[in-house]
Design a protein around this ligand. Structure first.
Ligand SMILES: [Zn+2]
Length: 597
């Protein structure tokens, strides 16, 4: 096995700290996971004493926040950058034991996605995806083929179907699924996650019959004779969903490996994981212990219970040579705009009887934030609607009187923030610090839906990247993968244009909120690192930072949005080791060449 080249001198001390505190059943041995991991070997080129990367067109966000260009840099055997060499400066020779010719290619810092769901990303890539199917027949064909390819799976799991897209005019049925998969139980979530479609084997395994009653907030769709037809809505979906066997440690390890591979193909070398469960964290640790954790993960525990279980008395130290840290907690203030779960100040324009719902009372929010803040956990709260953002901002302002210092409280999405609340954000920015963690592609995907939900008068505060940055908030960018693809290039293009991939609307939607190329690049590098308290570890090409970098074929500082979307990532390097090479795309998949020592 390839040995990761960056042993951290303090790793032994770090390691002893937390998981020893966990109940023994949670301290899974790594033996099971290793078998699965062994199948996923990434290309790695270990660092030597001092490595010189020469002959590059390098650019990074500099220490002054401006673009800094360079032609070479040197990193040590721990994968930490020692020197950056600019035009007109001499390339050092002393102590250099390895030289890598960049062949004049463009080099950028490894990109950072400030909001992903790591395991969800891997799962989406490993399970059946029906989101692109255009008819029931096409979906059934895909499901049948998937079943044939996975005859030994106890259950077949998938997601993404949409009977509206299929123009079916009704829900699909269990009988239709039975025709292609009669044996194994099948459970397929609808595109919005608010319904599930089962075959008869799954209904049988779950004990759902004509006599079953739906729980409150759920519905069993029935045939004329009262038998379940196969689709279960909202809370009723748990009747079947709860019978799906939980993933094994081996499954989770394969899922993590798959997610890492996806990130590297798009040039992401670090991510913030927004809602890590204890099982997710254990998978990260198993990978780290096996020297198979390559991507850098800034983890936010899923709610306060997971956070305390993972972190105990506070955030974890950086583990595995800056590859993993528990930063804080992820909380949810409201739902999403599409399902009208986002909590608005005034009724929805396209459904005046509702203005959405909070998922926490103000008292609960204050208590949870306070519980996290007292142990110096960073707080990241999902807030989409303007009322959710308003309530969250006032809770942050209240707490900033007690919990002082550099807190960098994060608002995840900050999708609709009433301009009346911008001054509150500005005040928090000046005291404890505040991060607007936003997803440029949500704006382009949601545009028409947001106009319908909000009406014309509330759009000023929607996806208001430039206005929120102007309050003094740190603007960090991400994808919310697997909701959107983990593709920072689509994000960079959307950020500077507010046009979708077809160029619509020309000139950009609410174009005053477009950001500069510099702000966009910072949003995916230095600012995303700052948003996770990682700015002294990675995010830029600078002395003291980890040597995380990518070779690309397109310059995001000069290319058109369409060209930026089409950017090809040629190579991805983390900590001075190569983890992705477009010339050897099979690297990272099962059967890849073993890593070289
Ligand atoms: Zn999310």
């Amino acid at each position: 096995m390839g040995k990761w080249p960056t042993p951290n001198p303090s790793r032994k001390r770090e390691r002893g700290r937390k998981c020893d505190r966990l109940p023994s059943r949670l301290r899974e041995g790594s033996g099971v996971g290793l078998a699965a991991l062994a199948a996923f070997t990434f290309l790695t080129t270990p660092a030597h004493a001092d490595t010189l990367i020469d002959n590059v067109q390098g650019q990074t966000i500099g220490s002054d926040g401006q673009i800094e260009r360079f032609k070479a840099f040197v990193y040590d055997d721990a994968g930490v950058i020692k020197a950056v060499i600019h035009e007109g400066e001499k390339v050092p020779k002393k102590g250099i034991t390895a030289r890598l010719d960049g062949k004049g290619r463009l080099l950028l810092p490894g990109l950072i996605d400030a909001h992903v769901h790591v395991m969800g990303t891997g799962t989406a890539a490993l399970t059946l995806d029906l989101s692109e199917t255009n008819s029931l027949a096409e979906a059934l064909e895909k499901i049948g083929a998937y079943a044939k390819a996975h005859p030994d799976r106890p259950w077949l799991i998938g997601r993404g179907w949409n009977q509206e897209r299929w123009k079916l005019g009704r829900f699909p049925t269990a009988a239709e699924l039975d025709a292609v998969v009669p044996g194994q139980p099948v459970w397929l979530e609808r595109v919005d996650g608010h319904a599930g479609w089962a075959n008869s084997a799954a209904l049988k395994a779950a004990g759902v019959t004509a006599a079953s009653t739906a729980p409150t907030g759920g519905e069993i769709i029935r045939n004329a004779d009262g038998t379940p037809s196969g689709v279960l809505v909202d809370n009723a979906a748990d009747l079947v969903g709860s019978h799906v066997p939980p993933p094994t440690a081996r499954d989770l390890d394969a899922t993590l490996a798959q997610a890492q591979r996806l990130f590297f193909t798009r040039g992401l070398t670090a991510v913030a994981d927004m809602g890590s469960s204890i099982q997710d964290w254990q998978a990260f640790r198993r990978a780290g212990d096996a020297n198979q954790l390559y991507v850098r993960i800034m983890a936010y525990g899923d709610g306060i219970d997971n956070t305390l279980l993972i972190g105990g008395p506070g955030p974890s130290p950086w583990l595995y040579a800056d590859r993993l840290r528990l930063n804080g907690v992820k909380l949810y203030m409201d739902g999403a705009l599409g399902s009208r779960g986002a909590w608005l100040k005034a009724p929805y324009s396209d459904k005046p009887e509702t203005r959405g719902l909070p998922r926490l009372t103000q008292t609960q929010l204050g208590n949870l934030m306070s519980r996290a803040a007292m142990d110096h956990y960073q707080i990241a709260v999902h807030a989409i609607g303007d009322e959710a953002n308003s309530v969250l901002l006032s809770a942050m302002e209240d707490l900033s009187a007690t919990y002082t210092g550099d807190r960098r409280w994060r608002i995840e999405h900050a999708q609709i923030v009433d301009p009346a609340d911008w001054p509150v954000m500005a005040r928090i920015a000046r005291t404890t610090g505040v991060v607007a963690s936003m997803q440029p592609v949500h704006q382009t995907s949601d545009r028409l839906m947001a106009e319908a939900r909000l009406g014309p008068d509330r759009l000023k505060g929607a996806y208001a990247w430039t206005s929120l940055k102007a309050t003094g908030a740190t603007l960090a960018f991400g994808s919310d993968s697997p909701i959107e693809r983990p593709d920072p290039w689509a994000g960079l293009a959307a950020a500077i244009s507010r046009e979708d991939e077809t160029g619509q609307p020309a000139g950009g939607w609410q174009p005053q909120e477009r950001v500069s190329r510099l702000t966009a690049l910072a949003g995916y590098t230095s600012a995303a690192a700052y948003a996770g308290f990682a700015e002294t570890h990675f995010g830029r090409i600078a002395p003291g930072q980890r040597a995380d970098f990518i070779f690309v074929d397109t310059d995001p500082m000069t290319a058109t949005p369409a060209q930026i979307r089409a950017t090809k990532v040629l190579e991805t390097w983390v900590g001075g080791g190569k983890v992705w090479d477009a010339a050897k795309p099979e690297g990272g998949a099962a059967g890849a060449e073993p890593a070289k020592r």
